[in-house]
Design a protein around this ligand. Structure first.
Ligand code: CS2
Length: 482
């Protein structure tokens, strides 16, 4: 490996770099979850905001458990490369990050007590929150929530990590930080607020009341397709910057961030990077979750079944591309009218993004954690469609592909409920009606009226049988026949 990226002085001229004096800006954000998505998204917006309007808004990054990326960032003075992939690759070095914390809850708690920290942002993935979404409450059965309720002074999870610093800040007369969830969850601000309050109420009702009165939880919609970093990412970043970088990420050119503008302790000028501040994020979020992520999940399971490792491969397959277009259209029909959305042009842009030949986004990666993703991607819109008397067939077919994929697994899928899913598939054996009924009945997966809808379940069951008997290609041909 070439010398590590530790400064900006000897970067080639065509590598974009921070357009501000890094040392002149203090920390203002504590960010939990240093995955590739955060580095390709919020960090870039923050870099733009610092260049445009300055402020003490650099980011103290933290991982609750893993140390790899924090260690890499600490060895690189917080610098890392974002590789933007399209016809040609462009490298940009991001300067918004300061020091990073890896797997050290006590250090995270200390940082969160620092009055300079005015925003706590999170990209921890759907499954890490530990929130019972149907009850809008902390889920005491979630391993991290259970552990943190038992040992609140040594928290391991998202819900447990905030009450101790809030108690300290309240007692010291320091204003609370704003909490910004940047995960693909519906109404993520309100959801996280409900989870945090539910957690705090079990330990310290007085503190829960204080949080309810004082802490802001703005909602966000985040979007940038960011495949997991591979050795190729690191090699290409090194070729462009001339430096080894173990925190490099690759991403697509497109990026979008829609944020509810509710930051009592201030915020960076993220609009400088193109972020949109609105009163109500929900229409944007529904469009993104249902059209982009919903199609992604369809692509992921169909791609896995047809032996297609990347999203771009599925777009090159006319039948599968037609199925995806049909799904996007059905998802678009569930969106609120009069909110200024344009689902048709959004769908056209998505198809082009999915087809980007420079982006190797693995279907295997997107297929993970289905039970955490599918409720908002497929089951909520399908239930709404049925309530309005609409045709939920595209959602039934997508569900059937997931179940047929599941039935073909010989080990538990990568999903927090993987073992339970495998058990259900084994118990159902060849009985597709049992498989359909039992999976749809998993608590919190599908709204009760969808899970109990005989017409929907029957459409799913028939399609599962068709796929398992004749193969996905044949079932798709029947499904798409005029
Ligand atoms: C994907 C998302 O892995 C997945 O489930 O659907 O990560 C998707 O790439 C992003 O939400 C795009 O913004």
């Amino acid at each position: 490996m070439r010398p590590r990226l530790t400064g900006l002085a000897d970067l080639p001229p065509d590598v974009e770099r921070p357009r501000y004096d890094r040392a002149a800006h203090g920390l203002g954000i504590l960010h939990l979850g240093l995955g590739a998505f955060h580095r390709a998204h919020q960090a870039v917006y923050t870099d733009d905001a610092l260049a445009a309007q300055g402020g003490d808004w650099r980011i103290l990054g933290a991982n609750l458990r893993s140390r790899d990326i924090p260690d890499a960032l600490n060895a690189q003075d917080g610098l890392f490369t974002v590789l933007k992939r399209s016809d040609s690759d462009r490298a940009r070095v991001i300067g918004a990050h300061g020091p990073a914390i890896g797997g050290d809850a006590a250090a995270i708690l200390r940082a969160a007590c620092d009055p300079a920290i005015r925003i706590l942002s999170l990209t921890v993935s759907e499954k890490a929150y530990g929130i019972d979404r149907a009850a809008m409450d902390a889920d005491p059965a979630h391993p991290a929530v259970a552990a943190d309720l038992a040992q609140p002074q040594a928290p391991q999870g998202v819900l447990g990590i905030t009450p101790p610093p809030w108690a300290a800040r309240r007692d010291a007369g320091t204003a609370p930080f704003t909490v910004l969830s940047c995960d693909n969850l519906p109404d993520n601000g309100a959801l996280l607020r409900a989870g945090v309050l539910g957690f705090a109420r079990r330990r310290d009702p007085g503190l829960a009341g204080w949080i309810a009165d004082h802490v802001a939880f703005p909602a966000t919609m985040v979007d940038r397709i960011t495949p997991a970093t591979t050795p190729r990412t690191l090699a290409d970043a090194q070729a462009l910057t001339g430096h080894g970088d173990l925190a490099a990420v690759e991403t697509e050119p497109f990026s979008q961030w829609v944020i509810e503008d509710h930051f009592p302790q201030g915020r960076p000028a993220w609009q400088a990077g193109g972020a949109l501040f609105v009163q109500d994020v929900r229409p944007y979020e529904a469009m993104k979750l249902r059209m982009l992520n919903g199609s992604h999940s369809l692509i992921a399971y169909a791609g896995q079944m047809l032996g297609m490792p990347h999203v771009r491969d599925t777009m090159a397959d006319p039948a599968l591309a037609a199925l995806v277009r049909r799904h996007m259209q059905a998802a678009g029909a569930t969106l609120p009218r009069g909110a200024g959305l344009d689902p048709r042009s959004y769908a056209a842009a998505l198809l082009a993004r999915f087809a980007n030949p420079a982006i190797a986004h693995q279907t295997r990666q997107i297929a993970m954690d289905g039970t955490e993703k599918l409720p908002q991607r497929w089951f909520a819109p399908a239930a709404e469609l049925l309530r309005q008397g609409g045709d939920a067939r595209p959602f039934a077919f997508a569900t059937a592909i997931w179940l047929a994929w599941l039935a073909a697994q010989d080990q538990a899928p990568d999903d927090p409920r993987g073992p339970a899913l495998l058990d259900l598939a084994r118990q159902a054996g060849e009985d597709d009606a049992v498989l359909t009924r039992s999976v749809l009945a998993l608590p919190g997966l599908a709204p009760a009226d969808l899970a109990g809808h005989a017409g929907f379940a029957d459409a799913v069951r028939q399609a599962v049988t068709h796929i398992r008997r004749d193969g996905l290609r044949a079932a798709m041909a029947t499904e798409l026949a005029p």
